[in-house]
Design a binder for this molecule. Structure first.
Ligand code: HSE
Length: 377
């Protein structure tokens, strides 16, 4: 469902690696329909395109439905219908998982079906299964990630090639990295949805995007970038999640940061994503790879399809329980150094570690409010 950049990548990969996929799945995995409201004249797949979901819903040959529509409108309705019709569902839709994951997981569980979403976070990077399965014996102490390929690409191109923000964003769009509405990338909403999914998996309770303070990269200037370099730092848009004493989600936020060059996330450039975690048993661990793009994301989707085919009548456990509350989660108590730009001419400083409240109190002693503040990692 949805024959856009990723949907087309999935169809292409199913064909390109058909032999290997059949071998791994234990049976051939073949495309039956493509659901889209658009027409694709001239496409070799034009004959697969249908507009009526009832054809898919009522076809017993269809065992797995892949949702690459995006958003929470038609995607939610059709995902519910697919699960109610007894189909496994695989998705890349981070907005839908972040808003309705708990509900759709319980719908799937009630019917002994899988609802899998590896491609919703980190594009092709294996991160959700490793977190839900390989690291499940740990208490996760922190997750910090560069989770949006578009903004990381834009920041990298501004620094390395000196291109303008607008040019870099246009490049990211033409490469198929950006959301349909690229303000979701730039304003940090996409990163917010992804850190919500990671936190929900790590801490076991649904976290909603509305609970998470979110700031994007629109306020980052060339002066900030230059100051970061002079201080041995990179500017990166990060999503961060830390648990409270009860192990539930406590501190979540999205904001641009100064990342010191010694930190492994400072070396994550271009469309690449990096997800750094700390567990009480494993210590530090980081996942790295292409965070957006047709084939990297299709790699995760097709793996979920194969997993579904191999687990007909059984469930993969990748999920969480409903939220305890929808109260805002705050970074109030997190103590870090801060980069503070004092005025529009570019003068800046890095502070001693302090909480947000302590920084606000310190700012009140300045002659005028700072033009920009970022935490330092
Ligand atoms: N727009 C997203 C990004 C796509 O740039 O990371 C992958 O989720």
């Amino acid at each position: 469902m949805g024959f856009g950049v990723v949907g087309a990548g999935v169809v292409g990969l199913l064909e390109q690696n058909a032999g290997r996929i059949a071998e791994k799945a234990g049976q051939a995995v073949t495309l039956k329909y493509i659901l889209d409201i658009r027409e694709f004249p001239g496409s070799p797949y034009a004959g697969f395109v249908v507009r009526d979901f009832a054809l898919i819903e009522n076809d017993p040959e269809v065992q797995v439905v892949v949702e690459c529509i995006g958003g929470v409108g038609a995607a939610l309705t059709l995902t519910r219908r697919a699960l109610l019709a007894g189909k496994h569902v695989v998705t890349t839709n981070k907005e839908l998982v972040a808003e309705h994951g708990a509900e759709l997981q319980s719908l799937a569980e009630a019917r002994n079906l899988n609802y899998l979403f590896e491609g919703s976070v980190g594009g092709g990077i294996p991160v959700l299964r490793p977190l839900a399965q390989c690291l499940t014996a740990n208490h996760i102490r922190e997750i910090t990630g560069i989770l949006n390929g578009t903004t990381n690409y834009v920041l990298t191109r501004m620094v390395r090639a000196g291109v303008s923000f607008e040019e870099a964003l246009a490049e990211a769009q033409s490469l198929g990295y950006a959301e349909a509405d690229p303000s979701d990338d730039i304003q940090g909403k996409d990163t917010c949805r992804k850190i919500c999914i990671l936190a929900s998996l790590a801490f076991g309770r649904h976290v909603y995007p509305e609970q998470v303070a979110t700031e994007g990269i629109a306020g980052v200037t060339r002066e900030d970038v230059g100051f970061a370099h002079a201080r041995g730092c990179q500017i990166k848009l990060l999503g961060r999640a830390l648990p409270g004493p009860d192990g539930g989600p406590a501190c979540l936020y999205v904001a641009p940061h100064f990342v010191r060059d010694e930190h492994p996330l400072a070396g994550v450039h271009d469309v690449f994503n990096g997800i750094w975690m700390e567990g009480d048993a494993i210590g530090e661990v980081m996942f790295y790879g292409r965070g957006a793009g047709a084939l990297p994301t299709a790699s995760a989707v097709v793996a979920d399809i194969i997993d579904s085919v191999k687990h007909m009548g059984a469930r993969k456990w990748v999920g969480w329980r409903p939220a305890d509350s929808r109260e805002p989660l705050t970074d109030e108590n997190l103590r870090t150094a801060w980069y503070v730009r004092l005025d529009e001419t570019g003068g800046g400083a890095v502070t001693e570690p302090m909480t947000r409240a302590e920084r606000t109190a310190w700012e009140a002693t300045l002659p005028h409010p700072p033009a920009c503040c970022m935490r330092v990692l």
